[in-house]
Write a protein that binds this ligand. Structure first.
Ligand SMILES: *Cc1c(COP(=O)(O)O)cnc(C)c1O
Length: 402
């Protein structure tokens, strides 16, 4: 096929997509076909350096050695059972997650949002068992993002996402991340949980401060309020620790994980301490058909095995300072970049304008980037990126800003 014909094919597919799919995304005008390590290829064979990683999903890049084979082997055995039976991959995955997360009990889900739903239900049940009341309140953060299902959306601190669908999940109050008084002022006798991302992702790559987390933890302990950390994006090594709470040394009562947990296979989990487990969800309170199926759990097992054997988190700590340095240099060079934020391989550049045209120009030049809000470019590449990848990315981005 000639290039011209391939081009036409890609355009035809895009037209077909727009005629068949519900229009909830403004998609970039390419059809992706395959991936290799830190690169993606569209259906015309054009190569892209990938600094999106499926939005913080492909922590190991594409086709990491051993990953595909582990999935194929499980497909040949069994891909689904039911949660009414046990399966070995789920048992192994739960044991591994307990070890790396520091939590005591695990519930597998199919997505990040579904993990949030479970976490919120656990907190409500905990409070209900305590006082038998049904009017408990949750404190969440402005600019947070927790997912698009009703419960997860209710604690998402972006009114634009929530408004058409309200009322959602009971009384939710919004405080400001890193402003302890704003949290404290919202606490009442009815507060059952405080939920936050230790590093805000979609909301703009803002890390919580250790001082803030410490104060919130203290408040929760004092009032018997459950602290929920949403580590769907910042977990799995991205901040240079397996889970971000370990970076700050502030442990939550309930935690969520997803995105990189299966490195491409849809899977999530919520976890909790034994104390919460013994006083919240019990038989019949929660369920899922697919969650924790052997295929998804085979992915988790292989991913966590690779993290350990190949010291993936150590690599993050080696390469992240270089990304930070190069992004800072870029900020110094261009007046339109007003702020550099984030930690580890979860960083962002805030511009004084909308970043859409820069991202589109980068795409033209073979670099995939993603925004976080209108004016921030978010860098959430695979955790295996090299300094060379970073140099290549910066070189392209630099020309796109000019
Ligand atoms: C992506 C994300 C979610 C939602 O996960 P889905 O798998 O898209 O449902 C929840 N919380 C955070 C912090 C996220 O980044």
């Amino acid at each position: 096929m000639s290039d011209a014909q391939n081009n036409m094919d890609m355009k035809t597919y895009i037209d077909e997509a727009e005629a068949a799919l519900l229009h909830t995304y403004n998609r970039y005008q390419i059809v992706l076909d395959r991936g290799e390590s830190t690169y993606l290829y569209d259906m015309n064979g054009k190569k892209y350096l990938d600094f999106v990683a499926g939005i913080a999903v492909f922590a190991l890049g594409y086709h990491y050695p051993g990953y595909d084979d582990a999935l194929k082997a499980q497909i040949d055995k069994l891909i689904h059972t039911s949660n009414y039976y046990y399966n070995v991959p789920a048992i192994e995955a739960a044991k591994k997650i307990k070890k790396v997360s520091g939590m005591d009990r695990v519930f597998f889900t199919n997505s990040g949002a579904e993990a949030l739903e479970g976490a919120l239900k656990a907190a409500k049940k905990y409070a209900w068992l305590k006082d038998g009341k049904q009017d408990h309140e949750i404190i969440a953060m402005n600019h947070s993002f927790h997912g698009r299902t009703a419960g997860a959306l209710s604690v998402t601190g972006n009114p634009k996402y929530r408004e058409p669908f309200e009322p959602l999940f009971g009384t939710i109050k919004f405080a400001e991340l890193n402003d302890f008084d704003s949290v404290k002022n919202l606490v009442t006798d009815k507060t059952c949980a405080i939920i936050l991302e230790p590093v805000q992702g979609e909301g703009g790559l803002t890390p919580a401060t250790e001082e803030f987390l410490k104060s919130v933890r203290g408040l929760c302990d004092e009032k018997d309020i459950l602290l929920i950390f949403d580590e769907v994006q910042c977990g799995m090594g991205r901040t240079g620790y397996m889970y971000a709470w370990q970076r700050f040394g502030i442990k939550p009562d309930i935690m969520t994980s997803a995105k990189a947990l299966g490195c491409g296979v849809p899977v999530g989990a919520f976890m909790m301490t034994e104390r919460v487990a013994q006083n919240s969800l019990t038989s019949g309170d929660h369920g899922t058909t697919y969650g924790g199926n052997p295929l998804a759990c085979a992915a988790i097992n292989k991913v966590l095995e690779i993290y350990e054997q190949d010291k993936i988190v150590d690599h993050v700590n080696q390469v992240a300072p270089y990304l930070e340095k190069r992004l800072n240099e870029l900020k110094e060079k261009h007046d339109c970049i007003i702020e550099h934020r984030g930690i580890g391989l979860m960083q962002g550049l805030k511009f004084d304008r909308s970043v859409g045209s820069i991202i589109n120009a980068a795409l033209e030049k073979g670099l995939l980037l993603i925004n976080a809000g209108a004016d921030i470019i978010r860098f959430v590449p695979s955790l295996i990126i090299t300094e060379q990848n970073i140099d290549d990315m910066i070189a392209i981005l630099d020309t796109c800003i000019e």
